[in-house]
Design a protein around this ligand. Structure first.
Ligand code: ATP
Ligand code: MG
Length: 139
């Protein structure tokens, strides 16, 4: 399993606001190489499957609704120490707690509409990347 890759998606609020380009620029400037990228939209069922780990949480239905409400930009990224370094780049889940100059501090609206996803482990990065991209789409 590659340990130098992570998975991300720019969430519907940030895509809708026209912030995809600025966010991708920050990602590349932080040293991540884009392995795969596309623009797509989740169905509520697919959003539910992606966030199945949160199915018992009180915010789960809202989260599935929000994540399927508009286009998203999923990406596979490569960099040494990718998972941890990317979580640092995006900042805390709640933008009110995010460090200055993180993606969420700059672009997130709320704890739910927080602009971007980042995988939390190498194992989940691989599962989540494969959820969106075939091997033949990864460069
Ligand atoms: P992500 O997995 O999207 O990168 P995260 O790992 O920082 O975010 P998680 O705890 O995995 O945070 O939550 C997944 C997503 O669910 C959050 O990014 C946010 O959109 C939403 N969420 C988390 N906590 C809450 C909450 N208390 N109220 C509403 N939405 C929430
Ligand atoms: Mg998470």
């Amino acid at each position: 399993m590659p340990t130098n890759r992570t998975f991300t998606m720019i969430k519907p609020d940030a895509v809708q606001d026209g912030n995809s380009g600025a966010i991708i620029k920050m990602i590349e400037e932080a040293g991540f190489r884009i392995v795969a990228l596309k623009k797509t939209q989740l169905t509520p069922a697919n959003a539910g499957a992606f966030y199945a780990v949160h199915s018992e949480r009180p915010f789960y239905n809202d989260l599935c609704q929000y994540m399927s409400s508009g286009a998203i930009v999923p990406m596979i990224l490569e960099k040494e120490n990718a998972v941890a370094d990317f979580r640092t780049l995006i900042g805390a889940t709640n933008p009110a707690n995010a460090d200055e100059r993180t993606i969420r501090k700059l672009f997130a609206k709320s704890i739910e509409q927080n602009a971007i996803h980042g995988s939390d482990s190498d194992e989940n990065a691989q599962i989540e990347g494969n959820f969106f991209f075939a091997q033949t789409e990864q460069f």
